[in-house]
Design a binder for this molecule. Structure first.
Ligand code: F6R
Length: 611
């Protein structure tokens, strides 16, 4: 959600900024812009365009039109003011000498705008960001840093900012509060970026900015300050993944590539954590006493990560016998939650930057909860603010719709449940052994599922024209349905709902009519008979049923359902990890057949850094 990239060095800035922005496209955006210092005229050259980065790049001939070695670029995801050229960033001050790119929301922008208007400052855009640019200029008396400091003192909200001033072309200013921003350290050049993918082509050495920090970048160094403007030393870390991991590698879409990468991602996530038949969490240190005194577990997350929590609740409760609550971060933070030192808070987030989840984490910590997070992006805010972090090690996920992050999160949460259960003595030895074996088999079984993708493509070709689709299931299959339904609606724009099968009769069944597509999920052996009754119920009201079950039930299911997708047998608790794959593929192929923009669905952003 909004992307920032900034460069100061000795090479032409504009092509670097445009290339960096294109790597941030996946975050979601509706317009793009760049500002560079033009040494010829001693002014800032600002170019912005609604729509794809390509539009801006074409206007600037790939950046060749701009001659400058310092600049900032931005992809905007509209919050204040519709997507338009004028509302795009960079936003500039009245004189045009200060340019600002911003990710986040300035909460008191209306108040600040009124204040500036009383001082005669005219506004061009509807954005909250323009207020920041104007406010800095209002305080500017020749010392840019002092002006930025005074402006930030007045600003409330969440922001990552890149600031450029025509009077100080030898520096670039970066500020972070509650929105991600990193510093990239090159040779004779330095960078700012919303995430590493934007600058990985130029440097692997990055520093993570903390909340309240400000950085002044020059060609030869970076000076950092805390919120009191005291200098702080920042360590640099080296990013160890290859740029290729964030490229399509010949696949048509990132989403498809990431679906296909899942077995490998699971191996990376699970293998180092299962040794000689035991779960080993070197990255977690929870004492035996702490675990024995645990009274409650609360899982907090948004979207697909929340669905992981919905499935994980079954694992955790079954294997530990500790009550588990699963909360949406956006609700949790305002619901006066019951948390104490005997509550383990499990925070799940692929990006590690989702603002609601970060706020929920902080609220839980304030109340005394112990925070263990499951995160994909190394060094992200949620990872850094947690007491313990389990990284999923799924590699960069670029497609907006999550796939490999979901499966690795779910596998890791299940493994955590098994580890906790083992330490609590609530998992019988034999069950423990069976589950360990199942975890070890999981990547291979997933490969089998992926190898049958043509079947799913065929089903998608039969059903891609439906206007409304219901997913039904019980227990873990209900949790799986939530994810299958979200996957489908977010990329294919088909209306879709997931229901606990038993709930259908309490209202929703009235929507089932001739030809309605129902995706019936029935991977859980114990509940197969119940699932069959629900399939019969919707069939007798005219529904078209596409079922998902395990191989051993395929035949029986095929007697009632119109079509059946089957997955290999595995331990019941791990079936959602396998079962989600046909649903991801189904969503993918349906969206493909409907001509949708699969990697960048409308209105969505990869990393939701505003409330
Ligand atoms: C759906 C999807 C979103 C995210 C949600 C949380 O495919 O990707 O629903 O799961 O925005 O994001 P993270 O996990 O980054 O906190």
């Amino acid at each position: 959600m909004c992307g920032i990239v900034g460069y100061i060095g000795r090479e032409q800035a504009a092509p670097i900024l445009l290339e960096g922005l294109s790597r941030l496209e996946y975050r979601g955006y509706d317009s793009a812009g760049v500002a560079v210092f033009d040494a010829g005229t001693n002014t800032l050259a600002v170019h912005k365009a609604k729509g794809r980065i390509q539009v801006l790049s074409d206007q600037l001939h790939g950046g060749a039109d701009l001659n400058s070695t310092v600049g900032v670029g931005h992809t905007r995801w509209a919050t204040h003011g519709a997507p338009s050229d004028v509302n795009s960033h960079p936003q500039v001050s009245r004189s045009g000498r200060i340019a600002v790119v911003h990710n986040g929301i300035i909460e008191n922008y209306a108040e600040l705008k009124s204040f500036l208007r009383t001082k005669g400052v005219p506004f061009r855009s509807e954005t909250d960001t323009e207020v920041v640019a104007q406010l800095i200029e209002h305080f500017y008396e020749g010392d840019l840093l002092a002006a930025v400091g005074k402006a930030l003192h007045r600003v409330r909200g969440a922001y990552a900012l890149g600031i450029l001033c025509a009077d100080c072309p030898e520096q670039l200013i970066a500020v972070r509060k509650d929105s991600p921003l990193i510093l990239g350290r090159g040779e004779g050049c330095n960078f700012i970026a919303s995430d590493v993918t934007a600058i990985l082509r130029h440097t692997r050495r990055v520093s993570y900015m903390e909340d309240g920090e400000l950085a002044v970048l020059t060609r030869d160094g970076i000076r950092c300050y805390n919120h009191l403007m005291q200098p702080v030393e920042k360590a640099a870390v080296t990013i160890d993944w290859e740029i290729g991991a964030a490229e399509k590698d010949g696949y048509e879409h990132f989403m498809f590539k990431e679906i296909m990468e899942q077995p490998q991602a699971l191996r990376r996530c699970l293998s180092p954590r299962i040794r000689e038949g035991e779960v080993v969490f070197e990255d977690v240190s929870l004492s035996g006493d702490y675990i024995k005194n645990l009274r409650r577990v609360c899982v907090v997350a948004c979207g697909s990560s929340y669905h992981v929590g919905m499935a994980g609740k079954y694992h955790l409760e079954r294997l530990t016998r500790i009550p588990v609550e699963v909360a949406l971060s956006s609700e949790f933070r305002y619901m006066d939650p019951i948390v104490d030192q005997n509550t383990l808070i499990i925070v799940i987030s692929q990006s590690g930057e989702t603002l609601d989840t970060l706020a929920a984490l902080r609220e839980a910590r304030r109340l005394g909860g112990h925070i263990l997070s499951i995160v994909n992006v190394v060094g992200s805010s949620i990872a850094r603010e947690s007491d313990q972090v389990l990284y999923t090690w799924a590699g960069p996920e670029i497609a907006v719709a999550t796939t490999k992050a979901y499966t690795t999160q779910l596998a890791l949460l299940s493994l955590l449940a098994l580890w906790l259960g083992r330490r609590l003595g609530t998992v019988p030895d034999q069950d423990y052994r069976q589950m360990i074996a199942a975890f070890q088999e999981l990547p291979d079984r997933m490969e089998e599922v992926l190898s049958r993708r043509d079947d799913i493509q065929y089903f998608a070709s039969n059903y891609f024209n439906h206007g409304s689709i219901f997913f039904i299931g019980r227990g873990l299959d209900y949790a799986l349905g939530l994810e299958g339904s979200l996957k489908l609606k977010e990329i294919s724009y088909i209306h879709s709902e997931a229901y606990a099968s038993g709930e259908l009769k309490h209202g929703t069944i009235s929507l089932i009519e001739d030809g309605t597509l129902v995706v019936a999920l029935s991977t859980c052996g114990r509940l197969f008979a119940k699932a069959m009754s629900n399939v019969a119920e919707v069939k007798s009201r005219g529904a078209n049923v596409l079922a998902l079950t395990v191989e051993s039930h395929r035949e029986e299911m095929a007697r009632t359902a119109d079509a059946v997708m089957a997955i290999p047998e595995l331990h019941e608790l791990l079936l959602p990890c396998l079962g989600v794959v046909p649903l991801q593929l189904f969503a993918y192929y349906v969206a493909l057949m409907r001509g949708c923009d699969i990697d960048k669905p409308r209105n969505l952003a990869k990393s939701v850094t505003v409330e």
